[in-house]
Design a protein around this ligand. Structure first.
Ligand code: GLU
Length: 521
């Protein structure tokens, strides 16, 4: 790596909620910047007014903030508006809509050097040509062949061109793809690539109608002006790379051209193709970091609202398309910075596995400090009108947290510690409740009342002694107790449950079950 200060950018278009693949691109940029003590810029590419979605920029900012992927230049997470250019910051502003006045000059520069031209084709004319091509079984491409038939400044005289420019604003500036040239490109992930220019079309760079550049021009000009050293972006932009190379060449900016790294697509958990919102809806997992509700009525669930910890989400997306070269799977953001390198980003698509995503959350849940989890658990208990001590809640939490994937699983896994069962599993009842049950329960009650300290190991030992003395079957007794205390066949060890529920409540639950099943008092 050269000694040049690393400057990378995440440059999303605010066209809707940011997909988890977009967050992963931002993360890779962030990790790369941090690793090299560089700068991570957030630039908003909002020049396509037809695709602009209100709220999408705020969503991007909020999503990155939730993940802790904080830009240190550009649109900042505290909502600070992009500043105006100054001696301290020549790069601002960072919303392309606020940079509108910059781009025309660059488009005109390409015209004056013969790298671009004015095109005056009316939409209907283009439509007709498209139809004609389709009728002949061809695809319509605005290329070096077609531009010899269209109305553009390459064919018109200077006077005619000047007149057409004055007449209206229905014209555009197109890039003139050089004929019969091979574009040689480098990618830090994919190596060297070659594309022949006959496969490329004369893309629109700037439109007179709205005075705005298209993505290609604005993107390249801004990467240049913002002195971006590395462009790390999704694989879907790879087809644009030859044009971007040609643009750098046409501007004479080859030496300032950033290095490129196109990161692999996220693939569906099953079948072929890109991971989409529909896959999430179909298979029941989120594909967006945060919940979204668009003004058009479109809604989407988020990882945050589905109960994922931000750390777990960041960890799981980091491993989609990148591997550390070791067996390690759990990484804090700092550890990711340390371990990350573009060389270890894969070329092939990364298949998303929702089960594995859940696994990451479980791992974080298992390792978080008790106090942090308790802070999340106590309000859940309060919302169910449970009045308990922090000590009991803490004990319950220790018993159930290894069975939970999310904090919102806590209640379902633990309600029976705080309230006696209101119903009993029929299958278990059939299997374990016999005429021997009252005898078992009476003796268990006696044993427990004498048990001191009332603590799981003692309780377990006392029950084992009782079972051995009476020559009962362990499974029979333990399942009977579990059923009377929990109402079903799940939960931690019976002795642990008894300890936490306490002597009195255990006795009450045993009495209640007996009464219900045998009408005993
Ligand atoms: N605005 C483009 C996007 O929405 C940026 C592509 C790039 O990073 O060059 O993803």
């Amino acid at each position: 790596m050269s000694t040049q200060q690393v400057r990378v950018r995440f440059a999303p278009s605010p066209t809707g909620p940011l997909h988890m693949g977009g967050v992963r691109t931002a993360l890779f940029n962030y990790l790369f910047a941090k690793k090299h003590n560089g700068t991570f810029v957030l630039r908003i590419e909002d020049t396509d007014s037809r695709r602009f979605v209100p709220g999408a920029e705020q969503y991007i900012v909020d999503a990155l903030a939730w993940c802790g992927i904080l830009p240190n230049e550009g649109i900042l997470s505290d909502g600070t508006p992009a500043s105006t250019p100054s001696d301290q910051n020549p790069y601002a502003p960072y919303r392309q809509s606020e940079r509108k006045s910059i781009y025309k000059e660059y488009a005109l520069r390409l015209i004056s050097t013969g790298h671009a031209y004015y095109a005056f084709d009316a939409p209907e004319e283009l439509d007709n040509m498209r139809k004609e091509a389709e009728q002949n079984g061809q695809t319509f491409v605005y290329d070096s062949v077609l531009r010899k038939r269209t109305s553009n400044s390459l064919l018109l005289s200077e006077e005619e061109t000047a007149q057409r420019l004055q007449e209206g604003n229905d014209w555009v500036i197109r890039f003139k793809i050089p004929e019969d040239t091979t574009v040689a490109m480098d990618d830090l992930i994919r190596g060297s690539m070659h594309v022949h220019t006959h496969t490329l079309d004369d893309k629109v760079l700037w439109k007179a109608q709205d005075g705005l550049p298209t993505y290609h021009l604005a993107n390249v000009v801004d990467d240049y002006l913002m002195q971006i050293t590395h462009v790390i972006r999704g694989e879907e932009w790879l087809p644009s790379l030859p044009l971007h190379y040609l643009l750098y060449g046409a501007f004479g900016w080859e030496t300032a051209r950033p290095q490129f790294a196109h990161v692999p697509l996220l693939l569906k958990p099953d079948g072929k193709g890109k991971l989409s919102k529909r896959d999430g809806d179909r298979l029941g997992f989120p594909v967006f970091p945060l919940e979204w509700s668009g003004s058009d009525g479109e809604t989407a669930t988020g990882y945050r609202e589905s109960g994922y910890f931000a750390e777990a989400f960041v960890n799981l997306i980091a491993l989609l398309g990148w591997n550390p070269g070791t067996e390690q799977e759990l990484f804090s953001l700092e550890e990711l910075v340390e371990a990350f390198s573009l060389e270890r980003v894969h070329k092939s698509g990364a298949r998303f596995n929702p089960e594995k995503a859940k696994w990451f959350n479980e791992q974080y849940l298992r390792t978080y400090p008790q106090e942090r989890l308790l802070e999340l658990y106590l309000p859940i208990l309060a919302s169910h009108n449970v009045n308990t001590t922090g000590e009991k809640a803490g004990k319950v939490l220790s018993l159930i947290k290894n069975r939970a994937s999310f904090v919102h699983d806590f209640w379902d896994l633990s309600y029976y510690f705080f309230q006696p069962p209101t119903s009993y599993d029929e299958q278990m009842k059939k299997k374990f409740i016999t005429e021997q049950t009252p005898d078992i329960i009476h003796h268990v009650k006696q044993t427990l009342s004498a048990c001191s300290p009332f603590e799981a190991t003692h309780i377990g030992n006392a029950l084992t002694t009782l079972i051995t003395d009476k020559q009962w079957k362990t499974g029979q007794v333990m399942n009977t107790l579990r059923l009377t205390l929990v109402g079903k066949g799940t939960g931690p060890g019976v002795a642990e449950i008894i300890e936490v529920i306490g002597k009195e409540d255990t006795a009450n639950r045993l009495d209640k079950a007996l009464k219900q099943w045998f009408d005993e008092t």
